[in-house]
Design a protein around this ligand. Structure first.
Ligand code: ADP
Ligand code: MG
Length: 247
């Protein structure tokens, strides 16, 4: 297909696991600066879609273009370097390192200056850590061992580790699972803040949360798109009520 203005263009994407199509000829476009939420019943293929986009799983057919460049045959690290960051369901932080160190190790290698000017790089890394820590609400916890953070704070730290790479597309799989009500509110604010200047795909079940953050909602079912539109549109869609919201 020809070039598009979309940040992400997924077209006719299919993946089969032993003949079972977990993603079935799926087409999805995400705009620049858009926060898209994907909802749908368990087993719909939401996580598998993210696995395909970040290169963890290989597509059987179809294409995944990020800023018009084909991603579907690149290794995972090159997809990350292209500007796609992905957070998994369970946080993978270094529990025995400090918050500062967790952010520091996430700073992209090979960026900045080296050798005699290494001190400049150190300053650059410190600045990046400080600004990300402020963004994720952990500026006062930089010296704390990450293992001592609350469950919610650990999730934010992992989002911060992704922000250190300054991805143009950030994908989060069920970021508020297990969070308290207050942490959910803070996360909604956090996501609205960090989607400025980048695109995001968020998978989530909590409809109040989805309502707060989504620009547009995609409903998946059996590896396909069942409905797509504003929150109001998908909530009023009889097909969506039938397979998902009615339960
Ligand atoms: P969701 O995230 O929407 O709950 P998933 O993407 O995790 O759904 O799973 C979609 C379907 O694909 C499920 O039936 C799941 O069992 C299957 N599936 C996912 N990954 C694999 C895999 N690596 N091998 C075989 N089946 C898989
Ligand atoms: Mg899932």
């Amino acid at each position: 297909m020809s070039n598009t203005d979309f940040v992400l263009a997924v077209e006719d994407l299919t993946v089969s696991f032993d003949g079972f199509k977990a993603i079935d000829a799926l087409t999805l476009y995400v705009d620049k600066n858009e926060l898209r939420v994907i909802i749908g019943p368990n087993g719909a293929g939401k996580t598998t879609l993210l696995d395909l986009i970040c290169g963890k799983t290989r597509a059987s057919a179809g294409s995944i273009k990020f800023k018009n460049a084909e991603m579907s045959r690149l290794p995972e690290y090159q997809i990350v370097r292209s500007g796609i960051g992905r957070k998994f369901q369970t946080p993978s932080i270094y529990e025995n390192l400090s918050v500062f160190q967790n952010l520091e190790v996430s700073f992209p290698r090979g960026r900045g200056v080296f050798g005699a000017l290494a001190f400049k790089r150190d300053a650059e890394v410190r600045d990046a850590v400080q600004s990300v820590a402020a963004e994720i609400g952990l500026a006062d916890q930089l010296a704390l061992e990450a293992g001592l953070l609350s469950h919610g704070q650990k999730q934010w730290l992992e989002i911060g580790m992704l922000l250190m790479q300054d991805p143009e597309l950030l994908m989060l799989d069920e970021p508020i699972a297990g969070m308290s009500v207050r942490e959910r509110e803070l996360t909604a604010e956090l996501l609205k803040r960090i989607c400025k200047g980048r695109s995001m795909i968020v998978i989530e079940h909590d409809m109040d949360f989805v309502k707060q953050i989504a620009h547009k909602v995609t409903v998946m079912h059996q590896g396909k798109i069942l409905a797509e539109g504003s929150m109001e549109q998908v909530q009023a869609d009889p097909k969506v009520i039938d397979v998902y919201l009615g339960h």
